[in-house]
Design a protein around this ligand. Structure first.
Ligand code: ADP
Length: 599
């Protein structure tokens, strides 16, 4: 038993626990993978929107160039250059200031006296535009970085590769949008890595390397974005415009949008260099961590973000989770489910083990009982056979002369034969019942008559052994529907038990009582009775409350099992009751009775 338990633990419980542990571990890995996949997905979304914003900016620059070309159709380049600011602004609303510079370094427009804005522009930019000073500038020539639209007008890898210095130092179209992945908890604006390249450059050098481009620079912490174009008609002139950023932001808004499938999960926003949201995919969205004082701390902690590029330095497309708790929540739910499943598995294993162990124990008991049964039956067969043989031999050899003795010996032989028959019948019947082959011949029979006949046939044997048999039966009228032989076998088994377990009090009674709807046939003795606690178990197969060795009483443990099975097949029952004054009372209850019959 102990060995089985150890094998069970090693073969079932230990592997199951290891499996459960592996399941929990793989869940943790899965969680990380899912989180990573989600991050990559949202990063791709941010990259796409950033590319679209970049492409839109490129389109706006192309519109500017078309506008300049259109103006050149009707004006000579030099005339246009002289009044470029005044001509461009009414025609192209994105222009804050229109400027024209000659390659020799002369600012042709705007005039210092045109307007306060023009004056401001000249003061801020003259030295840079005249190429008398190097300034820190972000610049990109030709098309803006836009890998999503490789065919964007003007995109030319040649422009980048023609100048190795540019390629290595500043952003060109070969530089993709720059991404950063953050988590709302961990990031602060200060941690954003420096992804942009700023270069000290001279205006003349920038514009001679290409024919069009975008420049961005910070003046007193304010971003200024310039488009420029050097027309083929007069390559000595550079036409440019300082962009009105609020209006540009208005135009870029339409690029900040999401696929319908993602609208319920995230919000994507375009942030300017101060982290101020200029456009968002979901109206009215405010990041979860935005403080109540309205500061922009929440906007500076996106889930992932991508910078637009050198044309709009420090502007970025940021992605925010609509429900940041959901990530942790779904992971928690998955953990709970696996935890419950594991607990259920362990519980199922526990219950299964308990059932298996209980069944094993039952099987072991049964196996032991069967072994006992074989030795009991062999013993029961041997004892009568020995006496039969002994007395038969004595009679056969003519050694017994006394007639009374001879009759006595013949009586013993008959009784022992009957005992053998009973035993063999029980064993055969039990085997038939086990295989489900036992057949009953049901017919109306008089229970009182049957009981009297059986008890009377047993009387000589009992009296020969010093028993006093009392039979209290009605004359007739106790009719039941039953198999005569089977019912007689029940009574014989009960009488035989009464005889075996009576001890010295050799008094047996047979009674029949009519309860109206049932008859009760009782066999009573004055023996020690069934030991306490065994009242039900004595009906189990092979079970013996009195051990052969200890009590010296032979038995197979089948008599009561058979009796109960036969009674149940008749719709009745055999049960045990302690007898007042000591002894046993076995009751065979069968449906019938006068009430029923009369009805
Ligand atoms: P067995 O062949 O052992 O008698 P049974 O199935 O007839 O098998 O009886 C089962 C057990 O019930 C017996 O071993 C005995 O312990 C107990 N028993 C049966 N009849 C009596 C009785 N009249 N008095 C006391 N114990 C009894």
């Amino acid at each position: 038993m102990k060995k089985v338990a150890i094998v069970f633990v090693l073969a079932v419980i230990a592997p199951s626990l290891v499996l459960a542990w592996l399941a929990v571990r793989s869940l943790r890995d899965q969680e990380a993978v899912v989180e990573r996949q989600q991050t990559l997905l949202y990063q791709a979304v941010a990259d796409t929107v950033a590319r679209e914003v970049g492409a839109k900016l490129g389109e706006e620059r192309q519109l500017f160039i078309q506008r300049v070309e259109a103006l050149l159709q009707t004006n000579s380049p030099r005339d246009l250059a002289a009044r470029f600011d005044a001509t461009l602004r009414p025609e192209w609303p994105l222009a804050e200031i229109g400027f024209a510079v000659s390659l020799e370094g002369k600012v042709l427009a705007p005039s210092l006296f045109d307007s306060p804005e023009a004056r401001r522009f000249r003061l801020d930019n003259d030295r840079f535009l005249c190429s008398t000073e190097l300034v820190e500038v972000y610049w990109s020539s030709k098309a803006l970085p836009n890998p999503a639209h490789p065919d964007t007008k003007g995109a030319s890898p040649k422009a980048a590769s023609s100048n190795p210095t540019n390629e290595s130092k500043v952003g060109t179209e070969t530089k993709a949008t720059k991404s950063r992945v953050t988590t709302p908890e961990k990031t602060s604006a200060a941690e954003v890595p420096p992804l942009l390249t700023v270069e000290e450059a001279e205006f003349q050098r920038i514009v001679t390397e290409d024919t069009e481009g975008t420049l961005a620079r910070f003046l007193q912490n304010q971003l200024k974005v310039l488009f420029w174009y050097r027309p083929a008609r007069d390559p000595q002139l550079v036409f440019g415009a300082q962009i009105n950023l609020p209006r540009l932001a208005e135009r870029l808004k339409q690029s900040v949008r999401l696929e319908p499938a993602l609208r319920g999960e995230i919000c994507v926003a375009l942030l300017d260099d101060n982290g101020r949201p200029l456009a968002r995919s979901r109206e009215g969205f405010v990041p979860a961590m935005t403080p109540s004082d309205g500061t922009r701390a929440g906007w500076k902690r996106p889930f992932v973000a991508t910078e637009i590029g050198d044309a709009l330095p420090h502007w970025e497309v940021a992605v925010y989770l609509l429900n940041p708790a959901q990530l942790g929540h779904s992971a928690g739910t998955a953990r709970l489910v696996v935890g419950l499943l594991t607990a259920l598995l362990v519980l199922a294993i526990g219950i299964g083990s308990w059932l298996i162990v209980a069944d094993l124990r039952r099987q072991l008991t049964l196996a032991r009982q069967k072994t006992d049964f074989v030795s009991n039956v062999s013993h029961e067969l041997k004892t009568p056979l020995t006496s039969i043989r002994m007395f038969a031999e004595m009679l056969a050899e003519g050694r017994v002369q006394d007639e009374n003795k001879r009759r006595h010996f013949l009586g013993i032989i008959t009784a022992e034969t009957a005992r053998l028959t009973r035993l063999i019948n029980n064993v055969l019947d039990f085997a038939r019942l086990e295989r489900g082959e036992k057949k009953y011949q049901f017919a109306p029979c008089d229970l009182a008559g049957l009981a009297r006949e059986t008890a009377e046939s047993y009387r000589p044997h009992l009296e020969a052994n010093g028993f006093n048999l009392k039979i209290h039966l009605p004359e007739a009228g106790a009719t039941v529907n039953g198999d005569r032989d089977a019912l007689a076998q029940v009574l014989v088994n009960l009488l035989s038990n009464a005889e075996k377990y009576s001890g010295d009090a050799k008094e047996i009674e047979v009674q029949l009582e009519d309860f109206g709807d049932a008859f009760e046939l009782r066999v009573l003795d004055r023996g020690p009775g069934v030991p306490r606690g065994c009242e039900e178990r004595i009906f189990e197969q092979f079970y013996r409350a009195h051990d052969s060795l200890a009590s010296g009483v032979q038995g197979s443990g089948l008599g009561l099992t058979l009796a109960r099975q036969i009674a149940r097949a008749h719709g009745g029952e055999v049960s045990y009751e302690g007898r007042r004054g000591g002894g046993s009372c076995f009751v065979l209850r069968l449906p019938g009775g006068n009430l029923k019959r009369d009805a």
